[in-house]
Design a protein around this ligand. Structure first.
Ligand code: CAA
Length: 304
């Protein structure tokens, strides 16, 4: 039996590369109305420009009809700074795609649970942070975690982890918090499928499956560079030509964002106390320098 996701309007919180991509596939493939909010108006502006560019390119390539592209673009509305999170009040689901920071996500989910009706699904695109911790933040202060209200509030929180670039990557990793209800999981999965994605399921452990595997791999590549085992280009070339990876690990780290890689690695390291996840000093120093990869114009490679 196909489960209906029942999402007519989606709120997207954060208009960075992930949020924008999620808005794009939701409007184009799942054909839902999208409310896009970011506390930085400039981020929304550049995000929407990118969406226009992507749609134009898909139309030019004949992958999307001009009318479908226009409909998709018309489905995306911006939530004003004055409205803030209140502008998401009538959506059926929110996907949060803010920075990879536990306190920020807990604070956002606490505010969302206060502003939005208890039926709204609250999904996070987190790459590594515990959904159980995020869900617990939605429980009203003074409430017992076992109360009906608390169960309902935390039960609608779920992890919906998209991959970059969202329009291209076929996967969504679905993560259940300890508190997530079966209905929330089923609807979130159905929504990801409607966005044209395949779904895998991971337990709520640090990094889930994807980053528990990817981040040690990226970190080993950075350690190779740090130790002088090989040059940047030869490390990447080894993986591209020897193992058929579309990008070498250093290029991929730049593409993901070195601050994001560091934040994920720190979550893995503190969450497991396993030294194999300890971020390399070089990665830490590059982030200290503001060399965050492609988005900042400099990382392991130069982009200006
Ligand atoms: N947005 C939308 N579409 C994009 C895009 C973007 N940012 N970048 C590239 N594309 C599209 C292109 O338009 C092109 O589409 P067509 O096939 O229709 O022409 C297609 O992708 C291929 O692009 P290019 O020919 O320009 O370049 P490429 O062949 O090198 O592919 C790539 C680019 C898809 C990014 C490829 O290099 C790749 O797959 N890299 C690995 C990406 C990856 O591993 N992502 C996961 C990162 S981890 C993550 O996101 C989660 C996390 O938790 C950290």
């Amino acid at each position: 039996m196909t489960i209906a996701h029942g999402i007519r309007t989606l709120g997207v919180l954060g208009a960075g590369q992930m949020g924008l991509g999620i808005a794009y596939v939701s409007a184009l493939h799942a054909r839902v109305a999208v409310r896009l909010y970011d506390r930085a108006p400039a981020q929304i502006e550049s995000g929407l420009k990118l969406m226009d560019k992507l749609l134009d390119k898909d139309v030019a390539k004949g992958k999307v009809g001009a009318a479908d592209a226009k409909d998709a673009r018309d489905r995306v509305q911006v939530v004003s700074q004055d409205e803030g999170l209140k502008g998401l009040r009538d959506v059926d689901m929110v996907v949060e795609a803010a920075s990879e920071n536990l306190q920020l996500k807990q604070q956002l989910f606490r505010s969302l649970s206060q502003e939005l009706p208890p039926t709204t699904i609250l999904a996070s695109n987190t790459s590594s942070i515990s959904l159980t911790k995020i869900a617990a933040a939605t429980i009203p202060e003074g409430q017992s975690a076992a109360s009906e209200e608390a169960r309902r509030s935390a039960g609608r929180v779920v992890g919906l982890h998209f991959f970059n670039p969202v329009p291209v990557m076929k996967l969504v990793e679905l993560i259940s918090a300890l508190q997530t209800s079966q209905e929330t999981l089923d609807r979130a999965r159905a929504f990801a499928v409607a966005c044209g994605k395949e779904v895998t399921v991971s337990k709520d452990v640090p990094g889930f499956v994807s980053n528990a595997l990817l981040m040690p791999f990226i970190n080993e590549a950075i350690l190779c560079l740090e130790k002088g085992t090989a040059t940047r280009d030869d490390i990447d070339k080894t993986l591209k030509l020897g193992m058929n990876h579309p990008m070498g690990p250093l290029q991929l780290a730049d593409f993901i964002g070195l601050d994001t890689c560091l934040a994920i690695q720190q979550t893995l390291y503190t969450g497991t106390s396993d030294s194999k996840y300890r971020p390399s000093i070089l990665l830490e120093r590059m982030v200290d320098a503001g060399w965050l990869g492609k988005k900042s114009g400099k990382g392991f490679y130069d982009y200006l």
